[in-house]
Design a protein around this ligand. Structure first.
Ligand SMILES: Nc1ncnc2c1ncn2[C@@H]1O[C@H](COP(=O)(O)OP(=O)(O)OP(=O)(O)O)[C@@H](O)[C@H]1O
Length: 255
């Protein structure tokens, strides 16, 4: 197995001496290359904090995070942006597309920033757009496309640079159920066919059922995990619902 991510005994506390809020309480887990891992848990359990410390947007209080062989908690501040650009892709709930650029330019920008040779950019954008079914909207601007299409553009932009790990925070949160299903099918496809490693936070059991494994977080710790194995998506979905009810709540979408 080829390990992409090792999170070991990570503690994150917000606030100072007198208003200390523990967000992560010694969380540990690993992600192997090619996994599609979901993170679920009640509101306030530390999911976003976990993504933020892995992505170096936030610092840990203590503990170790090794991404692609590199200890991220020790990267100096002036190297962080470069590290994120090279190693990580992000898919956010609110898409984060630039309104003044068309779809092609939005995807190409990620490559330009990374220093890709200009001759390669158009081909890479078109290849990824073809894989994600957005090749016919490359000339359109974000305001001219649907929410589901925006999210596929956002996914294309995240994977076009071939990062070690894609971090997705509630990627289906702003989508209707049909668009959410399409996006999850696409994420499953990029995971299975392109071998992209994905770590995705979601509240939605339906979205989570497309993952290969789910980590359930409670009170800043991994409470339990579920592996899909040979289960159908529907069987896995029901197992996820069972764990959510054990954890006490937060089921948004019961399909
Ligand atoms: N910047 C911050 N300052 C202080 N406390 C914070 C900060 N960010 C998060 N917290 C606290 O840390 C804990 C974990 O928050 P986090 O946002 O990681 O939870 P979450 O599982 O992502 O929640 P949700 O599902 O509601 O988005 C909560 O108690 C939260 O109030």
């Amino acid at each position: 197995m080829d390990r992409i991510l090792t999170v070991e005994n990570v503690i994150k506390e917000y606030g100072g001496k007198y208003n200390r809020t523990p967000a992560l309480n010694g969380v540990s887990f690993c992600v192997e290359r090619g996994e599609f891992t979901g993170i679920m848990g009640p509101s306030g359990s530390g999911k976003t904090t976990l993504l933020n410390v892995i992505s170096t947007i936030d610092s840990v209080t203590s503990g170790s995070i090794i991404l692609d062989g590199q200890e991220v908690t020790k990267i100096s501040v002036n190297k962080l942006a470069e590290f994120r650009r090279k190693k990580l892709g992000f898919i956010f709930q609110d898409f984060n597309l630039l309104d003044t650029l068309n779809v092609h330019e939005n995807i190409a920008l990620a490559l330009t920033i990374q220093g890709e040779v200009p001759g390669q950019i158009d081909k890479k954008v078109k290849d990824i757009a073809g894989a994600l079914g957005i090749h016919d909207i490359l000339h359109k601007f974000p305001y001219q496309i649907s929410g589901g299409q925006k999210q596929r553009v956002s996914a294309a932009r995240a994977i076009v640079t071939n990062p070690s790990l894609i971090l997705a925070d509630e990627p289906t949160g702003a989508l209707d159920s049909r668009s959410a299903q399409m996006l999850m099918e696409i994420m499953q496809k990029i995971n299975l066919e392109l071998g992209v490693t994905i770590l995705m936070v979601t509240h939605d059991a339906f979205s989570a059922s497309f993952c290969k494994r789910i980590l359930f977080i409670k009170d800043g710790l991994v409470f339990t995990e579920l592996v899909r194995g040979d289960d159908t998506r529907r069987q896995f979905f029901h197992k996820i619902l069972n764990v959510i009810s054990l954890l006490g709540g937060d089921v948004e979408d019961v399909r």
